[in-house]
Design a protein around this ligand. Structure first.
Ligand code: FES
Ligand code: FE2
Length: 426
């Protein structure tokens, strides 16, 4: 279903878009933030133009010349490992001659990119190395200045490569703030993490911020994913204890849910679904973790789930499998989602198989979770267009230390969003 040119589309209010009243424990967000094309255009500039945005993982471009092409913040870029230096470059995907995209495949390995329009060619460091009939230009052009344009800032944290279009943005480490601790927990739980080949791609007819909210929303799990929980119980998973945990704001709009895992985790918590054959191997993985990180940190890695949102649009779900997911706004009413699976590089085939099964069963686009979530998000988007109700309520848990099924993590996201869009809240 598509929602366009809706006459009920709410006008942007002249007052605030996000309202917080700490004294009375009220937090609300104006629904025009989800439907207004004007707000959408503004957030591409103010949010996506001034944040660190996830591009990809270094393991996706292991060899010199390896590249991946993907849109970042609504712009076409590609990431490539230099043949000269081995470093990771991220370029605007636009020929310096007259604009065509020079990288035309989603991934591959290349020595040079030859533009298909007039065949100017560029090496893996972006230098212009070939111009047909160069003599036709006389001496007027300085070809050394016509290399591909790198994105203003590129930094990587523990293999996760981010880019920013804002040359003045703070360093990535500072930007990540307390989210680093949670990225570290994910990375340290594996010998050598890698993105497994293969990508999930799908589109949702809903505003991109709905998926930011949904990805860290503990409140919806039991109601929306009822079928999955029943399926787990039928297979022997003990869900009697419920899902206990906390929600935290991690600074700069990042947030996390951390909660005890009622289900098995390939790193390193066995459950009946994994089969008796895997029991010993998972016990060994756990011993390894304890030896490397001590009992407490190893326990946290093995037994707790993390749903981590790195503002504005990267989600790492470290649950019954590890998903890395990013979503791009296409319009106020539509987003495109890309998800990858992360795993230890040297994982035993049977454990890898189990991990992939878990991934597809719950998180994959045909699994138990994703179609339910898409249905919920598209339903919200249509609900917004029905008009009559101006505000979304996001107050849950404001009167207590927030639990995993409260909404503090969403408030963290919205506070930062509001700060970028409008300025710090009064
Ligand atoms: S636009 Fe690329 S060579 Fe002309
Ligand atoms: Fe969900």
């Amino acid at each position: 279903m598509t929602v366009t040119n809706d006459p009920t589309r709410q006008a942007v209010p002249s007052g605030p878009l996000v309202e917080e009243d700490r004294e009375h424990h009220r937090f609300r967000v104006h629904r025009s933030t989800m439907t207004s094309p004007d707000i959408f255009a503004l957030e591409i500039e103010r949010v996506f133009g001034h944040s660190w945005l996830y591009v990809g993982h270094e393991s996706e471009i292991r060899e010199p010349g390896d590249f991946v092409r993907r849109p970042v913040g609504n712009r076409q870029v590609f990431m490539i490992r230099s043949k000269k230096t081995g470093q990771v470059n991220v370029f605007h995907n636009s020929c310096t001659h007259r604009g065509a995209m020079v990288c035309r495949q989603d991934k591959g390995n290349a020595k040079v990119f030859s533009c298909f329009y007039h065949a100017w060619s560029f090496n893996t460091d972006g230098e212009l190395v070939g111009v047909p009939d160069r003599d036709a230009y006389g001496h007027g052009l300085d070809f050394s200045k016509l290399g591909l344009r790198p994105v203003a800032r590129v930094e990587s944290y523990r293999g996760f490569v981010f880019a920013s279009f804002d040359p003045e943005i703070v360093d990535l480490v500072e930007y990540l703030a307390d989210a680093r601790e949670y990225l570290d927990l994910v990375v340290d739980s594996m010998d050598e993490p890698e993105i497994i080949k293969g990508t999930n791609q799908y589109a949702i007819n809903a505003n991109w911020k709905l998926l930011a909210e949904n990805s860290i929303d503990g409140y919806h799990a039991v109601s929306t994913h009822d079928t999955y929980f029943k399926y787990l119980v039928a297979l022997g998973t003990d869900l009697a204890g419920g899902v206990a945990g906390t929600a935290k704001s991690l600074g700069n709009g990042h947030a996390v849910l951390e909660y005890a895992a009622p289900w098995g985790r390939p790193v390193a918590k066995w459950e009946p679904l994994f089969g008796e054959g895997a029991r010993e191997e998972i016990a060994r993985l756990r011993e390894d973790l304890v030896a490397r990180h001590g009992a407490e940190r190893a326990g946290r890695m093995a037994d707790t789930n993390r749903n981590l949102l790195i503002y504005p649009n990267l989600v790492i779900n470290d649950i019954m499998a590890i998903t890395v997911r990013t979503f791009m706004p296409v319009s106020a009413d539509r987003m495109e989602v890309t998800a990858w699976e992360m795993a230890p590089r040297d994982e035993l085939p049977q454990l890898r198989q189990r991990r992939l099964d878990s991934f597809l069963t719950f998180l994959g686009p045909g699994g138990f979770a994703t179609p339910d979530d898409i249905e919920a998000l598209e339903s919200c988007q249509q609900g917004f267009h029905s008009g009559g109700v101006e505000w979304n309520d996001i107050s849950r848990g404001m009167a207590r230390d927030p639990l995993a099924n409260d909404e503090e993590q969403m408030r963290a996201f919205w506070r930062r969003w509001n700060e970028q869009m409008i300025g710090a809240m009064r």
